[in-house]
Design a protein around this ligand. Structure first.
Ligand code: NOJ
Ligand code: MG
Length: 642
């Protein structure tokens, strides 16, 4: 049963806000953005402060309307997450290791310099040998590629550069024959402006497709609201032909779909079904928490904008109908028609994974709790940067933040909650480079990150290249960037005017340079000219080299995945963190049905002494050598023998 919570008003206190799921997440987010500690809200004097007092004291700072927006956001949330105890209900996606392929940069089979589906088929051995259970492909649908496929022009067609529907069918079967599953990446917060729906809407804004998007009447000199686009400039562009403004939270060519229109929701459910019928095992849903916008699209608050970098976020990151639309999509799209007749082994509901920027732990639980029937897993991003930092800051990421995040989150989960474990994807720089770019530590750090991810509690999502310790690239000239986000930031016509240096730390292109398969000039990625350049020429960090080296990061990934596969305790077991206040030391026990393991990781580039453990331990894995102390980034895995 979901518990409701009481309505909040100006007579409520900071403590009441912090006891509310969205209130807690929002407060944590503000503290994180400001780089402040949670101790601040735990102070009893602060907790007792009434919101009316906060408004009076901080009014000038937070601006008009902040309190109204906050109360409206909080009071829109109908339920509190439930806390269940007891055994975890097993599902394949809780025990699986996922592997994200960015198809454009994985392997090119036809020499056009762009990765394709046949390239993936040709390299399935690599993924299978790694021990992966499920592949996730970044978008492969028809697209003009302004945002590398995150701008879809036809949901039922394959992008010409990637191949054909026959190729995807072959890839699906090839995965299934190897005992692996495969999910695709569905982008339905927006389409491409080349999609037939948008073309029709633009041609006839009063016709049936006009209401598929957010088209607003007006004049070209007055924006409908102050929302910002994530790719620079305002979130609106004027369509002179249609005499309408169109909303696009991302690029100009990515107009947002209007999910309040039931016809749009039906279209999406049908697309999902169409692909399930082709055999896919689920979807990762792009920015799926952005689908419900507050009615009337009101202006964003300036204080929130200054904290979150973008104006308007609070009007759509957890919109009024979000939970309702997701539950509907699960029921009407992701539930297989006729699943019962298909019998055992068939998953009645395909896996539904949401990319959810801005969603914290409690709202994440509301989106994924077992009794909610919405999403299965979410990707939140609060662990990807240190407090007070953003992706664009050039700084050394302190892994103690990741540890604190994981320890804190775990303490708040019940047995009906399950989480994803990831720190790399196609939108973020490489973690090794953020933590410690010293090449002497590359291998050890790559292994430390692997252990935290593969032996932690949750579902790991490995991003291509992580398994060979891929690092950031030394882009030095504007012409080397390919990503629309970086290019817009670099160019005044795109809305930005930043220098290469300021874009370099956060550019998404770091993770999008091609896989390095071997030591040939184009690293086995292509016979042609790669669509984005290679920069790195280090030795020892290609698949071919690492395959031969028993001490490589690749072989370490393989061995940990195998260990995980052989021991249910490492997949579904409880987790108990130890010596949590010991800086730079990250240790935890995993336990299930009498079997237990202890994992220890040194989070720093200095040697540290691990704490003493009373249990008798048999060391199974050690990346540093002998016993104590732990060498820089060393990993040790022990079996508890008594
Ligand atoms: C999130 C995706 O991961 C990113 O690559 C894309 O640019 C935006 N959503 C817009 O679709
Ligand atoms: Mg190709």
């Amino acid at each position: 049963m979901q518990a409701g919570h009481r309505r909040l008003d100006r007579g409520s206190t900071i403590g009441d806000v912090y006891a509310h799921p969205l209130g807690r997440d929002a407060t944590d987010k503000i503290l994180l953005a400001l780089g402040r500690s949670r101790r601040w809200v735990n102070n009893p004097l602060i907790r007792r402060l009434r919101l009316s007092v906060v408004e009076r004291l901080g009014g000038r700072f937070v601006g008009d309307g902040f309190m109204d927006t906050l109360l409206q956001l909080l009071n829109d949330v109908p339920d509190s997450p439930t806390h269940t105890t007891g055994p975890v209900t097993p599902h394949w996606w809780k025990e699986a290791v996922f592997y994200q392929v960015y198809p454009r940069s994985f392997a090119d089979s036809d020499g056009d310099g762009i990765g394709d589906l046949r390239g993936i088929i040709n390299h399935l051995d690599h993924i299978e040998e790694l021990g992966v259970d499920c592949l996730w492909l970044s978008p492969i649908f028809a697209s003009p590629n302004e945002d590398n496929g995150y701008d879809i022009s036809d949901y039922r067609e394959v992008m010409s550069e990637m191949g054909t529907l026959d190729d995807i069918d072959e890839l699906i079967s090839a995965c299934h024959e190897r005992g692996m599953r495969i999910i695709l990446d569905l982008v339905v917060n927006h389409t491409s402006d080349q999609h037939a729906w948008f073309r029709a809407a633009r041609e006839d804004p009063e016709g049936p497709y006009g209401d598929y998007y957010y088209l607003r009447r007006g004049t070209p000199d007055t924006l409908p609201n102050n929302w910002a686009s994530y790719f620079s400039g305002p979130a609106w562009s004027w369509l002179d032909d249609a005499k309408r403004w169109a909303l696009h939270l991302f690029a100009v060519s990515q107009p947002d779909l209007n999910w309040d229109n039931p016809a749009v929701r039906r279209e999406v459910a049908d697309v999902v079904h169409w692909w399930l019928d082709r055999g896919i095992d689920g979807f990762r849903l792009d920015v799926i928490n952005f689908i419900s916008k507050r009615e009337g699209l009101p202006d964003g608050n300036e204080f929130v904008a200054s904290l979150m970098e973008f104006s308007g976020v609070e009007q759509y990151f957890h919109g009024p109908h979000l939970h309702e639309y997701l539950a509907e999509l699960r029921r009407d799209g992701f539930t297989r028609r006729g699943a019962v007749e298909e019998g055992p082994g068939c998953d009645p509901v395909a896996v539904m994974i949401g990319e959810t920027p801005g969603i914290g732990v409690e709202t994440g639980r509301l989106l994924t709790g077992e009794d909610r029937n919405e999403l299965d897993l979410v990707f939140g991003f609060d662990h990807l940067d240190n407090p007070g930092k953003t992706r664009w800051d050039d700084y050394r990421y302190d892994l103690n933040h990741l540890k604190r995040y994981m320890v804190d989150r775990q303490a708040r989960l019940g047995s009906g909650d399950w989480v994803s474990l990831f720190w790399e994807n196609h939108d973020n720089p490489r973690m090794i480079s953020k933590v410690d770019p010293d090449p002497r530590h590359r291998t050890a750090l790559g292994k430390a990150l692997a252990a935290i991810q593969l032996l932690g509690r949750g579902t790991p999502f490995i991003y291509q290249g992580q398994e060979i310790a891929a690092v950031n690239q030394d882009f030095s000239d504007v012409s080397e960037f390919r990503d629309i986000e970086s290019i817009n930031r670099l160019s005044p016509s795109g809305g930005g005017a930043e220098s290469v240096n300021t874009v370099l730390a956060g550019s998404r292109d770091h993770a999008r340079t091609p896989m390095r398969w071997d030591t040939s000039p184009c690293h086995g990625f292509t016979m042609g000219e790669p669509w984005i350049g290679f920069h790195e020429d280090s030795t020892g960090y290609t698949v071919a080299e690492q395959r031969e080296d028993p001490e490589s990061v690749l072989n370490f990934y393989r061995s940990l995945i195998e260990l995980r596969r052989n021991h249910a305790a490492l997949r579904l077991g409880d987790i108990r963190f130890v010596a949590v206040h010991r800086r730079d030391y990250f240790g935890w026990f995993r336990e299930l049905d009498g079997e237990a393991f202890l994992v220890e990781v040194n989070l720093s580039s200095e040697s540290i002494l691990p704490p003493h453990h009373h249990e008798s331990l048999e060391t199974l894995v050690s990346t540093g050598g002998d016993n104590s102390p732990l060498t820089p980034y060393e990993v040790r895995v022990h079996r508890v023998t008594s």
